[in-house]
Design a binder for this molecule. Structure first.
Ligand SMILES: NC(=O)c1ccc[n+]([C@@H]2O[C@H](COP(=O)([O-])OP(=O)(O)OC[C@H]3O[C@@H](n4cnc5c(N)ncnc54)[C@H](OP(=O)(O)O)[C@@H]3O)[C@@H](O)[C@H]2O)c1
Length: 302
């Protein structure tokens, strides 16, 4: 079985990765401060910023792949803590990419759809990078450092939805919690993106790894939706009362950190390269619903 080492082990994506792949891979979650465990999955604390620690750890692993999910993902926190954002989001992936290159280990860096000005829909892997905030800048810088220190790396630009954890609710959790608590929420009609269910994202990443692809790939859904439209789709699937949703415009908000209004990415390169079809967003949301109980039973935070 494949050895898969995942950084950011207590985070949304890493825990979903371990949940979906634990049956067909040996997974190791690398933890930082917070604990998270899954039966049948190794979890260890390690300093990702130490080149020596990471070299010695990875040297002992027989052929493996490293999936780098660790990052500071809070856009507001990054804005006021640019140095920490740089150290975490840029220097750590650079260090890991370098170590993996030395040891001839496949390195997969998880990037973002937050890299562009937001003026155009469906950005491609070749569109001009023009981040609007510190988080986006850190993710853009990370891509450059990763490619220059390890040209064999795979860089994945994405925006996913999934079940959240005790530590962090995902956007779909926020919507589903509102439905279940009958709480009113406001959703932007003018912020667009192309969400994909984490399960589909993870499968595509493994297909790219298995065929030894490198470079940048957008892995996103095909449907460009506003946050409001995505919210309506979740409400439909989870029998939510639409009267709980108020439409709002990002453009009219004051005191918000600048964010791209259109984060949608094109998945044409992925579809053409792998000759695959991307499941309809409605069907991906149905899968999310089916996975709820199993996912929630699987994660242990003690
Ligand atoms: N969530 C999204 O919708 C989304 C969208 C696009 C792209 N992405 C990208 O996807 C990746 C995963 O995101 P996520 O949502 O799963 O993140 P998350 O839930 O915020 O988790 C981040 C993880 O990074 C770890 N971490 C933070 N600082 C660290 C450090 N200095 N050293 C080691 N580990 C550190 C955290 O550990 P502790 O908690 O122990 O500190 C946590 O496990 C990120 O690269 C993100 O940029 C996410």
């Amino acid at each position: 079985m494949e050895n898969v080492i995942i950084t950011g082990g207590s985070g949304l994506l890493a825990l979903n990765w371990a949940f979906f792949k634990k049956k067909d891979a040996h997974i190791t979650l690398l933890l930082h401060q917070r604990k998270a465990f899954i039966q049948g999955v190794n979890s260890i604390f390690i300093s990702l910023d130490s080149e020596i620690a990471m070299y010695e750890f990875l040297l002992k692993k027989q052929s493996c792949v490293v999936i780098h999910c660790a990052a500071i993902t809070d856009v507001d926190f990054c804005e006021t803590n640019a140095k920490v954002a740089y150290e975490t989001n840029v220097l750590i992936p650079e260090n890991l990419a370098k170590v993996c290159h030395k040891l001839d280990i496949k390195f997969v860096h998880i990037s973002s759809d937050h890299l562009f000005s937001g003026l155009n829909p469906y950005s491609t892997e070749y569109s001009e990078i023009s981040p609007l905030n510190v988080y986006g800048t850190s993710k853009a810088n990370a891509e450059e450092k990763v490619i220059s220190s390890n040209p064999e790396s795979l860089i994945i630009r994405t925006n996913f939805f999934c079940w959240g954890t005790s530590y962090r609710t995902s956007f779909s959790d926020f919507l589903i919690n509102a439905i279940r608590e009958k709480r009113k929420i406001s959703l932007f009609t003018d912020i667009f993106y192309t969400p994909i269910y984490a399960k589909n994202l993870i499968e595509f990443v493994h297909t790219l790894i298995n065929s030894n692809y490198k470079g940048i790939f957008n892995i996103v859904g095909s449907k460009r939706v506003s946050k409001y439209e995505f919210g309506k789709m979740i409400f439909n699937n989870f029998s939510g009362d639409m009267d709980l949703i108020t439409k709002v415009q990002y453009e009219k908000q004051v005191n918000l950190i600048q964010r791209p209004s259109d984060m949608s990415l094109s998945n044409d390169k992925l579809v053409e390269t792998l000759n695959v079809k991307i499941e309809k967003l409605e069907d991906q949301i149905k899968c999310l619903k089916l996975d709820e109980n199993d996912f929630k039973k699987t994660i242990n935070y003690l």
